[in-house]
Ligand binder design. Sequence first.
Ligand SMILES: [Zn+2]
Ligand SMILES: [Zn+2]
Length: 230
Amino acid sequence: MSPDAGWASPEARRVRGEVFATFAREGRPPSVAELEVMAELDRDRVLAALAELDDAHALVLTSAGDGIRMAHPFSAWPMGFVVRGGDRLWWGGCAWDSFGIVAALGERLSILTICPHCGRELSYGAGPQDPPDADRVVVRVPRPAAEWWDDVVATCTAIRSFCSTAHLECWLADTGEPPGARVELERLWQLALPWYGDRLDPDWRPRSLEQRQEMLERAGLRGPFWQLGG
Ligand SMILES: [Zn+2]
Ligand SMILES: [Zn+2]
């Protein structure tokens, strides 16, 4: 056993590996019944493993607790971002997660979303070596980093790409939503590469708060807004 293996039980780590492999391959999470077969565990042990992974923020269960809602950067359900590679398709959890799928799969993919202000389709491509080919697109991160996991599905739902700063400003004025932080698309791509690049590794383990904070800083995201919580 590697020294880092102790963050979760062996069953939970096995289940995590199957969840991510299925998401990568098929764009959807496996069901509990499928996980029983894949991980060779009975239903109660699969459910216990999923609960353990949810506690560790390694994935997010549905509110009913009976299935997988998100396994960042993947989402089981549509969340405003479609990520495509040839005839394969994934739901990106948010603007950041969409680049996370590029990072995790290590290939160039196209990302499709809609500007929340004007409804225009925004389409851009990115690869592990190629920054997004979109001018002027900006992303709003709605709430401070310390609050992201208070409701991570709501957080991701609100991390959207706007076709320009002007459209973000109009949208803020129209909706009265808090400004949050505005991030250039390329900066978010830069952050997603190390953040999500190793998610398909079967030996993945959660990073420490310090490591995650350093990744934000390296992407130029500093200050109280970007201070992660526990
Ligand atoms: Zn727009
Ligand atoms: Zn997200």
